[in-house]
Design a protein around this ligand. Structure first.
Ligand code: MG
Length: 390
C-alpha cells in the first residue's frame, strides 16, 4: 500500500452502494403526489479498504441514483476517502457532460456526506469540528408540516407542539392553490392561534410545484398578509427561476423571503446571492453536492449578509449533516425537521430526541455521529442488505 505525502496510509474507496427508501414517504403536497412505490430519497454507503464505511443521503429516486453511482464509481475507486472535497470535485469535473446539477450532482451529494462521515470516523472527530469548528452544542429544529384547511391546521400544530417543537413551518397543500386569499389567511390564522404564548411560524408557498398559478403581485399581497400575522419568513413565494421578481419582492416585503431548495449547483446560487434576491438561502445538502458545497454556499451567503438555513426535507443523515454545518457556522440557528417521516425518525437505532427547550443536540460522536441501522433500513428499503455488505 502506498504512503501519502503526510506519511499516513490512504483509506481507499472500494465500493459505493445505494438503497432506495420507499413505501413510507410522508406526503409532499406535490400536485403529482408521492406514491408508496416511489422512492425520492436514496441512501448511499461508501465502503473502504480500512473497514470503515460512511453513509450519506441523496434526494433522488433509487433507480436514478443507482445509475449515477454506476457512472461515478469508476472515477473514484481507489481514491483516498479522507479527502472529501478532492474526491467530490473530481466527480464534478469528470461528469460535466452528463447532467451537472441533475441526478449526478444529487448522487455526488450522498457520496460527499459519506466521505465526511468516514473522515470523522477515522480521525475520531465529529464532522462539525472538521468543517470548521463547533460554535454550539444544540440547534433549534423547526417542525415542517404540510398545510391543511384551517379546520385541521391548528390541531396538527398542537400535536407536534406537544412533542416539544417550538418552531414550525407550514406549506404546500391548499395554500395559494385554491385561488382564495381568505382561505390562505384563515389557514395562517389557525396556525398562529395554535401557538399561544409565541413560537416561530414560517410559511412555504411551495411555488416550485408544477404549474404554480401565481406571480409577483400575488406574492406581494400575500407577503403583506403574512407580515401582519408575524410570520418569520415567506418561503418559495415565486417560481424558483424568477430571479428578478425575487429581487423586487425581497426589497418590498416586510418579512424575510426564503428560497433555493431546487437550485442544485453552488453556481446557481450566485445570482440569487449577489443580486440580493433572498433574505434566507436554503440549499439542500442532499442535492447541491453534499457538505462540501453546502458549506461554500452558506459561506457565500454570509459574505453577502444573508442568512443560511439548510433545506432538510430528506432523511436522518441529511438532518445530521445539517446539524453539523449549523454547529460549524457562526450564525445558524435552525435546522428543518420533517414532522412525521420514518426516514428521519426510524432510520437509526437511536432516534433524535428534543430536549426540554425544544432543541436538538449536535451529535458529538465521530463523523456524522448518526448511522443507519441495518434492521431499521430493512423495513424502509428493499436494498438494505446490499447497502451494508462489505
Ligand atoms: Mg420549501
Amino acid at each position: 500500500m502506498s504512503i501519502s505525502p503526510s506519511g499516513r496510509e490512504p483509506v481507499r474507496i472500494t465500493r459505493i452502494a445505494t438503497a432506495a427508501l420507499m413505501g413510507h414517504s410522508p406526503p409532499g403536497g406535490w400536485s403529482a403526489e408521492i406514491r408508496p412505490e416511489d422512492s425520492i430519497h436514496t441512501l448511499i454507503a461508501v465502503h473502504t479498504d480500512a473497514g470503515v464505511t460512511g453513509f450519506g443521503s441523496a434526494f433522488a429516486p433509487g433507480p436514478l441514483v443507482a445509475a449515477a453511482v454506476a457512472q461515478l464509481q469508476p472515477l473514484c475507486l481507489g481514491m483516498d476517502a479522507l479527502q472529501p472535497e478532492r474526491v467530490s470535485e473530481t466527480l464534478h469535473r469528470h461528469s460535466f457532460w452528463f447532467g451537472r446539477g441533475g441526478t449526478l450532482t444529487h448522487a455526488i451529494s450522498g457520496i460527499d456526506i459519506a466521505l465526511w462521515d468516514i473522515l470523522g470516523r477515522v480521525t475520531g472527530l465529529p464532522a462539525c469540528i472538521l468543517l470548521g469548528g463547533r460554535y454550539r452544542d444544540r440547534v433549534r429544529p423547526y417542525c415542517s408540516l404540510l398545510m391543511t384547511g384551517p379546520d385541521r391546521m391548528g390541531e396538527r400544530i398542537a400535536r407536534w407542539r406537544a412533542r416539544g417543537f417550538r418552531a414550525f413551518k407550514i406549506g404546500w397543500g391548499p395554500f395559494g392553490r385554491a385561488g382564495d386569499s381568505r382561505l390562505d389567511e384563515a389557514i395562517v390564522r389557525a396556525a398562529v392561534d395554535a401557538l399561544p404564548g409565541g413560537g416561530q411560524l414560517m410559511v412555504d408557498a411551495g411555488a416550485s410545484d408544477a404549474f404554480w398559478p401565481h406571480g409577483l403581485k400575488w406574492a406581494l399581497r400575500t407577503a403583506d398578509m403574512l407580515a401582519e400575522h408575524g410570520v418569520a419568513w415567506f418561503e418559495e413565494p415565486l417560481p424558483p427561476d424568477a430571479l428578478e421578481d425575487y429581487v423586487t419582492l425581497r426589497r418590498a416585503a416586510r418579512l424575510p423571503i426564503a428560497g433555493g431548495e431546487v437550485l442544485t449547483r453552488r453556481q446557481s446560487f450566485l445570482p440569487f446571492i449577489t443580486r440580493g434576491a433572498l433574505d434566507i438561502v436554503q440549499p439542500d445538502a442532499t442535492k447541491v453536492g453534499g457538505l462540501s458545497e453546502q458549506r461554500r454556499i452558506a459561506r457565500m451567503a454570509e459574505d453577502f449578509g444573508l442568512a443560511y438555513v439548510g433545506h432538510g426535507w430528506n432523511t436522518a443523515l441529511g438532518l445530521a449533516a445539517d446539524l453539523h454545518l449549523a454547529a460549524a457556522l457562526p450564525g445558524v440557528g435552525l435546522v428543518e425537521y420533517i414532522g412525521g417521516s420514518p426516514y428521519v425518525d426510524a432510520l437509526t437505532a437511536e432516534p433524535f430526541a428534543l430536549d426540554g427547550d425544544g432543541m436538538l443536540a449536535v451529535p458529538d460522536r465521530p463523523g456524522l455521529g448518526v448511522a443507519p441501522d441495518p434492521d431499521h433500513v430493512a423495513r424502509l428499503s428493499p436494498d438494505a442488505a446490499a447497502l451494508f455488505a462489505d
